[in-house]
Design a protein around this ligand. Structure first.
Ligand SMILES: [Zn+2]
Ligand SMILES: [Zn+2]
Length: 80
């Protein structure tokens, strides 16, 4: 039987992977029944969430000059 493991991430997702393939898989290339041998937990986020997050801060964000906001907006804020 192949050895499977499950990793639970802090973001709520989980991953099931094979820790080791048994000789039968090497011969037939057929996966055995998934039998999770051990489960581990990490507070980290899964690769998908991490890649999503790194995309959020736009690289050119710091180049946007917000001080050039329209005057009317500043007036409105000042009156409130
Ligand atoms: Zn196997
Ligand atoms: Zn995730």
């Amino acid at each position: 039987m192949c050895e499977w493991y499950r990793r639970d991430y802090g973001c709520g997702h989980h991953l099931i992977g094979a820790a080791a393939w048994c000789p039968a898989y090497g011969q037939t290339h057929r996966r055995c029944t998934v039998r999770i041998a051990h489960t581990e937990f990490t507070w980290d986020e899964c690769a998908r969430c991490v890649s999503k997050k790194t995309q959020v801060p736009v690289p050119w964000e710091h180049m946007i000059d917000r001080s050039k906001a329209p005057m009317s907006l500043k007036w409105l804020r000042g009156n409130v």
